[in-house]
Write a protein that binds this ligand. Structure first.
Ligand code: FNR
Length: 416
C-alpha cells in the first residue's frame, strides 16, 4: 500500500523494533519480571545474539530493472492459502503482558489475515482463543507433549474441534532451559499460575488431578505473586489448591520427560491433519522427519531461550538446506520448511526465504506490541512486517514472494 501517503502515527509510537522493545520495557516497569521473562534467553543470551548475528552476516544482493510494479506476497503452505508467509509464533502466557492476553493476539491475527499458532501454555483456553480468532481466522495448535496419553488425546481432540488445522509439536522444550533472568527474579512460581489456567480448561486433567476449579483465586488478570503469597503466608486454602493444581499441570508438560522419534507415531495416530516439528536444527533430524512421513519442520532454536551457545537459527537453516534429501522432499512437496528465531524486519523474512524457508514465524516483537497496545499493537507489528517485506522484495527485484524460496546463490552473500 501507500505507506508514505498515510498520516496516521503508529500506535506503538514508532515503527522501529528496538524502540518498541524499549517502550514495552517502560510500560512494564512495574511488572519487570514479566518483561524479562519475555525478553530473556538461556544463559548469557549468546544464542539470541547468534540469531541476530546470522541475519547480519548474510547480505542481500539486489537485482535492478525488474518489473516489480505489482507484487504478490500470497503463498500456499500445507495446502492452505495465506495472505503472507508470516505466522504468529506460539507464545505461552500472553496474559502476563496484557489482560486480554491471547484473545487480543488471536483477534489481531484474524484482522490482519495472518495465521495464529496457539501455544499449549496459553493463558486462555483452546475454545476461547478459537472464538476470538473467529470463523475466518487461520489457526494451528502447538503441543507441549503431555506425560499422559489421555491428556494428549484430550488436547488434540479439543484443538481439532475448535478449528485448528495443523499441529505443531515443539521438540526443544521437554524441559525449560537455564534462564538466569527468571531464576534471579524467582519468576518460576508464576508458571504455576500458567499451569492453573491451562489445567483448569482441560476436563481430563481436572478429573485426573482430583481438584475442583479454583476460579476465584485464578481470575484474570491473574497475579501469580498474590496467589503464591496467599498460599505460603496467609495459608489460604484456595490458593494452596491453585498452586498444587498449577504444579501438577507443569509436571504434565515441560517436565523433563523426553520423547523419541518412535513416539511420534502415537501423535500421528491421534491427529488428523498436517504435523510440523518445531525446533529442528540439524540436517539429520530434518531427514528423519522426512523418513517418518512428517509434513513440515520449523527450523528454530526457540528464540535462544533453551540452549546457550547454540548456532544461530539462520545458520542452521543454511546447513539444513544443503541436504539433498531435504531439498528433494521440499521440491516434491513432501516437506514444508518454516523458520523462526530472530525475525524482526521484512529483510529478515526475505533472507530466511532465500535460504529455503517457505514461511517464517515472529515472536517477541508482537509480544512487545501486545504489552504496549493490546490488539492494536499486535496488528501494527504484523502490518509493518508485511509492508516492509512487500517493499523490500520489490526493491530486491522480485515481484512474487514464492520466487524467493531457495534463491540463496543469487540473492544472498555471506559477509564476515
Ligand atoms: C516462546 N516460544 C514458545 N514456543 C513454543 O513452541 N511454545 C511456547 O509456549 C512458547 N512460549 C514462548 C514464550 C515467550 C515469552 C517467547 C519469547 C517465546 C518460542 C517462540 O515460539 C519462537 O520459537 C521464538 O521466540 C522465535 O524467536 P523470536 O522471534 O522471539 O526471536
Amino acid at each position: 500500500g501507500d505507506i508514505y501517503g498515510q498520516a496516521k502515527p503508529p500506535v506503538l509510537g514508532s515503527f522501529a523494533v528496538k524502540k518498541i522493545e524499549d517502550k514495552a520495557r517502560e510500560v512494564m516497569k512495574d511488572h519487570l519480571p514479566a518483561y524479562m521473562y519475555t525478553f530473556g534467553s538461556a544463559g548469557t543470551c549468546s544464542t539470541d545474539a547468534a540469531n541476530r548475528r546470522a541475519f547480519n552476516r548474510w547480505k542481500i544482493v539486489p537485482a535492478m530493472l525488474k518489473d516489480c510494479t505489482t507484487r504478490n506476497v500470497e503463498t500456499t503452505i500445507l495446502g492452505e492459502k495465506f495472505n503472507a508467509p508470516l505466522f504468529i509464533a506460539p507464545v505461552g502466557v500472553q496474559g502476563i503482558l496484557h489482560a486480554d492476553g491471547e484473545l487480543a493476539t488471536a483477534r489481531a491475527a484474524a484482522a490482519c489475515g495472518i495465521p495464529y499458532i496457539m501455544s499449549s501454555a496459553s493463558s486462555r483456553s483452546i475454545e476461547d482463543i478459537a472464538k476470538a480468532n473467529g470463523p475466518n481466522g487461520q489457526r494451528w495448535y502447538q503441543l507441549y507433549w503431555p506425560r499422559t496419553e489421555e491428556i494428549t488425546i484430550s488436547l488434540l481432540n479439543r484443538a481439532k474441534a475448535a478449528g485448528f488445522s495443523a499441529l505443531v509439536i515443539t521438540l526443544d522444550t521437554m524441559l525449560l532451559g537455564w534462564r538466569p533472568h527468571d531464576l534471579d527474579t524467582a519468576y518460576i512460581p508464576f508458571l504455576y499460575g500458567v499451569g492453573i489456567q491451562v489445567g483448569l480448561s482441560d476436563p481430563v486433567f481436572m478429573k485426573r488431578s482430583g481438584y475442583e476449579a479454583v476460579h476465584e483465586i485464578t481470575k484474570f488478570p491473574f497475579e501469580p505473586e498474590k496467589i503464591r503469597n496467599a498460599a505460603l503466608n496467609a495459608g489460604d486454602v484456595n490458593a494452596q489448591k491453585a498452586m498444587k493444581l498449577g504444579k501438577g499441570w507443569l509436571d504434565e508438560t515441560n517436565s523433563g520427560m523426553f520423547r523419541s522419534w518412535e513416539h511420534l507415531q502415537f501423535i500421528k495416530d491421534h491427529w488428523d491433519g498436517p504435523i510440523i516439528l518445531k525446533g529442528i536444527q540439524r540436517a539429520s533430524d530434518a531427514e528423519k522427519a522426512i523418513d517418518m512421513g512428517i509434513h513440515g519442520i520449523i527450523v528454530s532454536n526457540h528464540g535462544g531461550r533453551q540452549i546457550d551457545g547454540a548456532i544461530g537459527s539462520l545458520d542452521a537453516l543454511a546447513k539444513i538446506m544443503r541436504s539433498p534429501k531435504v531439498i528433494k522432499a521440499q521440491t516434491k512437496g513432501d516437506l514444508t520448511v518454516l523458520f523462526d528465531s530472530g525475525i524482526r524486519t521484512g529483510s529478515d523474512v526475505i533472507k530466511a526465504m532465500a535460504m529455503g524457508a517457505q514461511g517464517v514465524l515472529i515472536a517477541r516483537p508482537f509480544m512487545y506490541g501486545l504489552a504496549i497496545a493490546g490488539q492494536a499493537g499486535v496488528e501494527q507489528i504484523l502490518m509493518q512486517t508485511v509492508t516492509d517485506m512487500h517493499l523490500t522484495m520489490g526493491l530486491c527485484g522480485y515481484s512474487d514472494v514464492n520466487d524467493l524460496i531457495g534463491k540463496r546463490d543469487e540473492l544472498l552473500e555471506p559477509v564476515d
